[in-house]
Design a protein around this ligand. Structure first.
Ligand SMILES: Cc1cc2nc3c(=O)[nH]c(=O)nc-3n(C[C@H](O)[C@H](O)[C@H](O)COP(=O)(O)OP(=O)(O)OC[C@H]3O[C@@H](n4cnc5c(N)ncnc54)[C@H](O)[C@@H]3O)c2cc1C
Ligand SMILES: *[C@@H]1O[C@H](CO)[C@@H](O)[C@H](O)[C@H]1NC(C)=O
Ligand SMILES: *[C@@H]1O[C@H](CO)[C@@H](O)[C@H](O)[C@H]1NC(C)=O
Ligand SMILES: *[C@@H]1O[C@H](CO)[C@@H](O)[C@H](O)[C@H]1NC(C)=O
Ligand SMILES: *[C@@H]1O[C@H](CO)[C@@H](O)[C@H](O)[C@H]1NC(C)=O
Ligand SMILES: *[C@@H]1O[C@H](CO)[C@@H](O)[C@H](O)[C@H]1NC(C)=O
Ligand SMILES: *[C@@H]1O[C@H](CO)[C@@H](O)[C@H](O)[C@H]1NC(C)=O
Ligand SMILES: *[C@@H]1O[C@H](CO)[C@@H](O)[C@H](O)[C@H]1NC(C)=O
Ligand SMILES: *[C@@H]1O[C@H](CO)[C@@H](O)[C@H](O)[C@H]1NC(C)=O
Length: 511
């Protein structure tokens, strides 16, 4: 979860430095020519693209068109994720998703699925020389009394905007253009986790298309095993064509933006640890985006808090520990969720990015040493062009875990009601030639510091798919019995292995 350091309030004011350029074209010989080389389109993908074009007219986009660039470049957050599919299918209905999956698996073609395109690593949501299924056209939203039905083509700002006239909110992403489906299938950190649990805990119905094209509704009462598995089990089971999410009355939110100078970073990190530990029976819904940015050229580090709390009390009481710290900027406001989300853009195609993180019990002193080690390590790569390093923290509070523990369903994470802190390095850079160095830097630093935490006895093996590097395995951090159960459920619903052997991207359970 990257927060871009901001000047003033408008993150959307950042320069949009697009350098992604996949202007591919498909030749009749089955070769796909891209700006970075020539790909050989396998028979399976040629078969699928030809059949999709013939049998579901108006949904297939081939290389060379401007729609192709829209679907394979413009919709991706990380430039590294831009790839060159042999064709893109953009279904308009559940029936078309089902048809597409049947054709793709009958042809034995490799494929990828994309919602909002925010999962950052290459191949998680895109594919070279295979079929990309893009969710863009499944973008309907239907507000009900205390829930909302949303299509996987939507981003969170569109959902918050639809709920705004009714004075209601749902548990989704904290920034504007993150996609609905990816976030909901992997967990979902939002400002109000402490009271309502994670996005996954708030889904009451999934419309799902299985690998064999069968459409099913998955609820607490229908396919209960799969209902549990979809709460954190990612893209191992099928394609979700609609989510129904709980909503909550919350016409107003109280917000705070605070910026701290390097001198006060120890207190800032300590307040984050206290927020993780907070454990009351009836929590006030409140949460934050908490980051530190560091510029290796100017040597300036600054902590940034973006806090949101339910209701209209100003300043928001749950951030009092931050408010005590001298700040270089502090803006409190009372507004609506839509209005708040409007400013929090995370522009696509801005840079190449490596995520990596680990989890620990809250310990302010150790968290500060991790921050210092990170800063020192950033200095070692100060020569990297376009370097954009951010230290990110996310809290898992006991009450956020309690929601799943007490709702009769649970989730895949299987966490205990204890406070945890996720510490993440989100590192951006400009040039492809630095990819290997940046991956090594991020992985080595993270694992070294996690090793120290292990020795200290304060580490947790929990890994969040939304913050992870491609080399991290979130399933190792879930209870082993949960992983065994997920595998059993997968063999029941996808016996042919469509989502394991024809689609390898994303965080897969493995063979
Ligand atoms: C700037 C930024 C901010 C972020 N902030 C947050 C945050 O506040 N909270 C949080 O929890 N996470 C956050 N994340 C992480 C984010 O939740 C994940 O990247 C998530 O995958 C995004 O969802 P998406 O639909 O955009 O993903 P995509 O990249 O489109 O998809 C992610 C994965 O889900 C699969 N998938 C997509 N659609 C479907 C579908 N319909 N059915 C089955 N599988 C599907 C894809 O194949 C892929 O493997 C952030 C990420 C970024 C880059
Ligand atoms: C994209 O690549 C093509 C072909 O390599 C080139 O002609 C074009 O100028 C590039 N566009 C951008 C925006 O870089
Ligand atoms: C291609 O883009 C145009 C313009 O945005 C749109 O009208 C058309 O439906 C798109 N075609 C497909 C197959 O998505
Ligand atoms: C939804 O709200 C409306 C207006 O308050 C009410 O008339 C209706 O009965 C409600 N429907 C359900 C299913 O609760
Ligand atoms: C603030 O910090 C104190 C410890 O200094 C802690 O007891 C309290 O719970 C914290 N409050 C909040 C709202 O985080
Ligand atoms: C920021 O840091 C400088 C020196 O490091 C200090 O003089 C100044 O008072 C600090 N400002 C705030 C608001 O903390
Ligand atoms: C404060 O909230 C008001 C009301 O929603 C909004 O118009 C204004 O833009 C907000 N100001 C800031 C600085 O966020
Ligand atoms: C760091 O500071 C330099 C010099 O002011 C600036 O050019 C660069 O854009 C800054 N980097 C980031 C990530 O803000
Ligand atoms: C599709 O798969 C599901 C789950 O394995 C199974 O119940 C269903 O019978 C299959 N449908 C067809 C048409 O094969």
């Amino acid at each position: 979860m990257l927060l871009l350091p901001f000047t003033g309030l408008l993150l959307s004011g950042l320069a949009y430095a697009s350098s992604g350029n996949v202007s591919a074209s498909l030749t009749q010989t089955g070769l796909l020519t891209t700006s970075s080389g020539t790909l050989q389109v396998p028979n399976g993908a040629s078969c699928a693209c030809a059949k999709l074009s013939r049998l579901i007219p108006g949904t297939v986009i081939l290389p060379g068109s401007s729609n192709y660039t829209t679907q394979t470049v413009d919709t991706y957050w990380d430039i590294r994720a831009n790839l060159s599919p042999a064709c893109v299918v953009v279904p308009h209905s559940v029936t078309e998703v089902s048809q597409a999956l049947k054709i793709i698996s009958a042809c034995g073609s490799q494929f990828a699925v994309r919602g909002g395109g925010h999962m950052n690593y290459p191949g998680s949501n895109n594919i070279d020389a295979g079929v990309l299924i893009a969710m863009s056209n499944l973008n309907s939203v239907n507000v009900k009394n205390d829930s909302v039905e949303v299509g996987p083509g939507l981003n969170w700002y569109q959902v918050y905007s639809a709920l705004e006239p009714y004075g209601r909110v749902c548990i989704g992403g904290r920034m504007k253009t993150i996609g609905v489906p990816g976030l909901t299938l992997i967990g979902g950190f939002h400002y109000f986790n402490n009271k309502y649990g994670y996005a996954m805990d708030n889904v009451i119905n999934y419309e799902l298309v299985l690998g064999n094209g069968t459409q099913i509704s998955v609820t607490k009462d229908s396919h209960a095993d799969l209902f549990w598995a979809l709460k954190g089990g990612a893209n191992n089971f099928g394609i979700v064509t609609k989510f129904e999410l709980k909503t909550y009355a919350m016409p107003k939110v109280s917000t705070t933006i605070q910026v701290f100078n390097e001198t006060h970073i120890p207190q800032y990190l300590s307040a984050i640890c206290e927020a993780a530990k907070l454990d009351v029976k009836h929590p006030i819904a409140a949460g934050m985006i908490a980051t530190v940015s560091y510029n290796a050229t100017t040597k300036v580090a600054q902590g940034s808090l973006l806090g949101v709390q339910e209701g209209a009390s100003k300043p928001p009481s749950q951030f009092s520990n931050f408010t005590k710290i001298p700040a270089t900027m502090r803006i409190n406001n009372v507004t609506s969720m839509e209005n708040w989300a409007k400013t929090l853009d995370s522009p696509k195609q801005m840079m190449r990015v490596q995520f990596s993180h680990r989890t620990m019990k809250p310990d302010a002193k150790v968290l500060y040493t991790i921050y210092q080690a990170w800063k020192a390590a950033v200095d070692k790569i100060a020569d990297v062009q376009g370097l954009y390093p951010t230290f990110v923290t996310n809290v898992i509070s006991p009450s956020s875990v309690r929601v799943a523990k007490t709702n009769g369903v649970g989730n895949v994470w299987g966490l205990e009601e204890e406070p945890l802190i996720i510490w993440q390095f989100s590192t951006g850079w400009a040039l492809a030639q630095d990819d290997i160095r940046m991956e090594a830097w991020s992985r080595q630093l993270t694992e070294h510091l996690h090793g120290i935490n292990k020795e200290l006895g304060i580490s947790s093996e929990f890994v969040y798919m939304g913050d992870a590097g491609e080399w991290q395995d979130p399933y190792l951090g879930f209870p082993t019995e949960n992983v065994a159960r997920l595998r059993k459920i997968r063999s029941a619903y996808d016996p042919a292995g469509v989502f394991s052997t024809l689609s390898w991207g994303g965080f897969k359970l493995g063979l």
